[in-house]
Each structure stands twice: as C-alpha cells, then as structure tokens.
Design a protein around this ligand. Structure first.
Ligand code: ARG
Length: 444
C-alpha cells in the first residue's frame, strides 16, 4: 500500500483506451492492486480478449459479468413503461446502463474486499455523476477515484502516448473518430466531427441502423405483445427481455428506424451533440403509447405524460437510486395493470407507425364512437354539457366586454363610474329553454 491509503481498487473496465491506461496508472499512482470489472450490457464485444488485456496491463483479477438480463428487465423496461425520453428525444441508453454497471462493480469490490472504486469517465460528462451517485447509494464507505479528474493526461492523444510508453496495445489511431457507447438498448456517438452541430453526421456513422437510402424498400409489419406494459412477444413468439430487444433491434434497424441526431443539455452545464440509435426502443415506445391510448383513461394518460419527463430527468441526472424514481416505478406498475394487448407497428424508411391495436381491457367503445345511429348516447345531452363546460370562458368574455364599455364611457365624457353593475346577459343564458332534462338518467 502506498501513501494514498488505497490497497485495492475495483475499476469499471471496458478494454478501451482510457480504462486500459488506467490500470498501470492506478498501480503506479496509488501503489495499489487493480481488479477489473467488465460489464456485458449487450455491447457485443470479445470479452475473452478484454479479459486477457486486463491481465496483460496488470490487473490482479478480472470479472466479466453478464448483465444483459438485469439491464433489460430492471432498467430498460421500467424506463419504457415510464415512457422516459429525455428532452423529448433521447431514449437514455447510456444513462440507463450506468446504474446497473456501477451496482455490479460494487458487488465485485465487496467480493475482493476493495477499499476503492474507479471509473473511466471524463470530468466533463454525465457518466461520472451516474457512476458516483450509484456508488454513494450502495457503497458510501468506499473511496472514489476518477483518474480523468486527477491525472496529467488531458486528451485522447495524450492517453494514446501514455499507452504506447507502457506497451499497452491500443486499437485504431490517436485521432479516433468518435466516443462510442454501445449496449443492448442503444449505440451512441459523440465527439470528433460531431462536435460541430452545423454539420450532418457522416454516412458511415451507424451501428444498429442502416442508412435511410439502404433501408428495405418494402414496409414490414411487426406485432408486439404486451403484458402489463412489458413487451413479451414479437410476431407471436414469446421472448425474454434481452433477446426481445436484440431481435427487435435487427428487425427495426433494417428499416433505419431509431436514429436521432440531437443537441442535449448535460447535467454538468454544457450542451453536447450526439447521435443515437435505439431501434427496438423507438418501436416499443411507440407501440406502448399506442396501446395506452386504448386502455388508459384520459386523466391517467395526461398525468403519466407529465411524470414521464420527470422520470427521464431523474435517469439522465444520475438519480436512479432515488426515492422519487422508485415511487414513480410503483406508480407505473399500477398504471399498467391493464396495458395488455397487441400492437402492430409498420416499419418503413425510418418510420415506426402503429397501425392496429387490440386489448382485452380496451376502453374503446365502437357503439359510442360511431358516426352511425346509436342507442347508447343521447346527442341532446351534449347541448347542456357544452353550455356548462363553456361557462368560465363565457363569463370572462362578457366581463371583458363590460369593462371595455365602462372604459369607453370614461374616455368619452371623463365621468367616473364607480360600480359597473352586474354583467349583462348571463342569467337568461343560464336558463336556456333547451337545458337537458336527462341529467342523472345516463343510458350508457
Ligand atoms: N450524452 C449521452 C448521455 O449522457 C451519452 C454519453 C455517452 N456516450 C458516449 N458516446 N460516450 O447519456
């Protein structure tokens, strides 16, 4: 143990340039042992090679954890049920994966009796916040090391040079184009040429989706089955959460569905430009919202929409482990008691349009909505309803007209009228001869 007091640190390790440089740096700087924690959240990489690299660069142990199922089941699907979309556009792929990765890292740290946790996030992004808030929630006793906020390295180029000086194999060149984050739910790209938001992203920048001009020329209908707001089958085939997402990523990605190019507001204050691909997420969100329109009442839909954006902010801002997120999840479970059914989504050239929906809990009543003659809805009831519904704006309009009249009188003869008197017109309107006599005798 060196003078820093740290004996053993669990590092969230990806095998990329930054965290590869961190293993020797932590050993040299803290004179401590390093346990590498590799999280498989669906990024489709060669984990044997990553593990070998961790050992080659000096880790005393390396755990590769398959977190795909818990990521899908415990993070992605709850966010889907909540309709969580940050700033109306970002489906939160990175933000949702961080808590599950950090939680697994804490478990490994306990197993190896580590006294510190380290991550490879820079000091300018959201991810440092997400990792460290999870650490604070689950392991407040462990020291946190964020090398990017401590070391002398200030750029990817310098990290590259550092790696070369310590014989660490690095993929690509120092001018690596983008910062990429991949998991089951999405692939995101930031940095490089994307830093100029005035320029469209290059054509070769994509992972889970094809370019629009390479998208299938025929539309494809995909049927999503939901059980209490959770997707359970695609085209009639039951699937567990993680394989369901992968399979839908392939289907929708072939139609260029799910790509978003945007400027977002980071928690740490600056705006940043990113390109995201979330094919399955995009289809599932559209399908679930469509099913909700059938099964939820008007007030619940409106209230849910209102809390959805709050839920998205909590996730984006690193507050996954917060009482409010947990309470909102409980609300969502309750809301989705009846969100069971099937939605057909048509995929075509970047679009995912729900075109048909059914549910055993549907609140839709064709006998009520029909333009044809019906026996359940008395159209005469609508007249009285509209008069009462319109009472507040009607009073406001008449009052305004009366005030204008008084003002005109003052302006023209200079006289001061103290009491403008009652608002004219209202009593007779309220005692219209057509007031319905059927109130309380509902036929529906
Ligand atoms: N801006 C996104 C977020 O804060 C993605 C961050 C990670 N993406 C990346 N390419 N490094 O969630």
């Amino acid at each position: 143990m060196g003078s820093t007091g740290v004996k053993k640190v669990a590092l969230a390790y990806s095998g990329g340039l930054d965290t590869s440089v961190m293993i020797p740096w932590l050993r040299e700087h803290y004179e401590c042992e390093v346990v590498a924690v590799v999280a498989d959240v669906g990024q489709r990489e060669d984990f044997d090679a990553i593990q070998a690299k961790a050992f080659a660069t000096g880790a005393i142990a390396c755990r590769v954890l398959d977190l795909k199922d818990s990521f899908a089941r415990e993070c992605a699907f709850p966010a889907l049920q909540a309709g969580a979309i940050y700033e109306g556009r970002y489906l939160l792929g990175t933000a949702l994966a961080r808590p599950v990765i950090a939680a697994a890292q804490v478990a490994v740290a306990r197993e190896f009796e580590c006294d510190a946790l380290a991550h490879g996030c820079t000091g300018k992004g959201n991810d440092q916040v997400r990792f460290e808030l999870t650490y604070q929630a689950l392991a407040p006793d462990l020291k946190v090391i964020a090398p990017w906020r401590e070391w002398e390295i200030t750029s990817r180029e310098e990290a590259f040079t550092y790696a070369q000086s310590r014989d660490i194999p690095v993929p690509g060149s120092p001018t690596k184009l983008y910062s990429i984050d991949r998991n089951l739910w999405h692939t995101s790209f930031e940095g490089g040429v994307l830093e100029d938001p005035a320029l469209p992203a290059p054509d070769d920048l994509h992972d889970l989706t094809v370019n629009l001009k390479e998208a299938d020329d025929e539309p494809e209908d995909v049927v999503i089955s939901f059980n209490r707001g959770r997707p359970v089958a695609i085209n009639g085939t039951a699937l567990e959460p993680a394989p369901l997402i992968s399979s839908l990523n392939q289907i929708a990605g072939a139609h260029a569905v799910g790509r978003v190019d945007l400027v977002e507001n980071r928690l740490v204050g600056m705006k940043s430009r990113g390109v995201y691909e979330t094919p399955a997420g995009c289809v599932l969100l559209a399908a679930l919202a469509d099913l909700e329109a059938l099964t939820l009442d008007r007030d619940t839909v409106a209230f849910k929409r209102y809390v959805s954006s709050r839920y998205a902010e909590l996730v984006y801002q690193g507050l996954w482990y917060s009482p409010l997120r947990e309470a909102l999840d409980a609300f969502m479970v309750s809301v989705h008691e009846t969100t069971t059914g099937e939605v057909t989504v048509r995929l075509y050239k970047g679009m995912a349009q729900p075109v048909a929906r059914t549910s055993p809990h549907s609140l839709y009543r064709e006998d009520l909505a029909t333009f044809d003659e019906d026996a359940v809805y008395d159209q005469a009831d609508a007249g009285g309803f509209i008069r009462l519904w319109g009472l507040p704006p009607s009073i406001a309009a008449r009052t305004k007209a009366r005030e204008a009249e008084v003002q005109n009188a003052i302006d023209s003869d200079g006289a001061q009228i103290v009491n403008a008197g009652p608002v004219p017109g209202l009593p007779s309107d309220l005692t219209s001869p057509q007031r319905p006599s059927t109130i309380g005798q509902e036929k529906v």
